[in-house]
Design a protein around this ligand. Structure first.
Ligand SMILES: *Cc1c(COP(=O)(O)O)cnc(C)c1O
Length: 235
């Protein structure tokens, strides 16, 4: 095994241990939390090292990069996660590659995912991205429009909503991140009271390298960790 692969395997083990500890603090099972390794900073060799370290849930934030890596690594059993903003003209190439689209951030995008998925005779699992911090630079639905939209989205027969996704507003400020994550869980619980039967809000994708432990304590079921996995490799 190369030094880089070894370092990545050690980092994966370390992150998994931190996930376990955070789950325990939150009174939850570590097995209920999925680690998505975000590989936007690295090449295919690093992705191979992650898969060898038993980490085959891989996230990319740019569609072209996801297509390229998915094609080059097609012999591996990887579940690809699209975590960044997706333009409608990139839906057709993205849908067949992804296990979960985290960034369902507008009705127009979801309608296009539905249309294309129907043509391809498949159903695409998606999360609805919520702009929980209200930061103008971030994508996503406002918390207030979610309930109305859920019923519209539930009509899309080739889109399967599995939960919600969010990013904390201010990076590096753990208290404000915790408040954002806590409001996400409350929003989810609120929406679940009047949720169309075809929609599931089970998954909460929130937490990155700087705040994934806080996110887990507040109820995250999926964390998206990038830079912390490549310590000693890239920085
Ligand atoms: C890059 C990225 C991550 C991972 O961020 P790190 O801080 O490197 O862990 C998570 N989610 C999204 C949407 C991203 O773009």
């Amino acid at each position: 095994m190369s030094d880089v692969a070894k370092t990545i395997a050690e980092n994966v083990a370390c992150i998994r241990e931190r996930i376990r500890d955070a789950a325990q603090r939150g009174g939850r099972e570590a097995s209920a939390i999925t680690l998505v390794a975000v590989t936007k900073y690295v090449d295919c060799d690093a992705v191979r090292a992650l898969v060898e370290a038993d980490c085959a849930e891989i996230g990319e934030s740019r569609p072209q990069e996801l297509w390229r890596k998915a094609e080059e690594l097609s012999e591996l059993s990887i579940h690809w996660h699209m975590i960044g903003h997706l333009q409608r003209n990139k839906v057709r190439r993205t849908v067949p590659c992804v296990a979960l689209l985290h960034s369902g951030d507008s009705l127009r995008l979801l309608a296009e995912v539905d249309r294309v998925s129907g043509e391809l005779e498949r159903t695409t699992p998606v999360l609805l991205e919520v702009n929980i911090s209200g930061d103008e630079t971030k994508h996503g639905f406002t918390p207030g429009e979610m309930e109305g939209h859920l019923h519209q989205i539930a009509e899309l027969g080739h889109v399967h909503v599995r939960g919600l996704m969010a990013m904390a507003g201010r990076e590096g400020d753990l208290d404000s991140a915790r408040a954002d994550f806590s409001r996400m869980r409350e929003l989810r619980d609120q929406l679940q009271k009047n949720c169309p039967p075809s929609v599931s809000l089970e998954e909460l994708s929130m937490g990155m390298s700087g705040d994934f432990e806080v996110a887990i304590e507040e109820g995250a079921t999926i964390v998206r960790v990038g830079s912390a996995l490549f310590e000693g490799v890239l920085w």
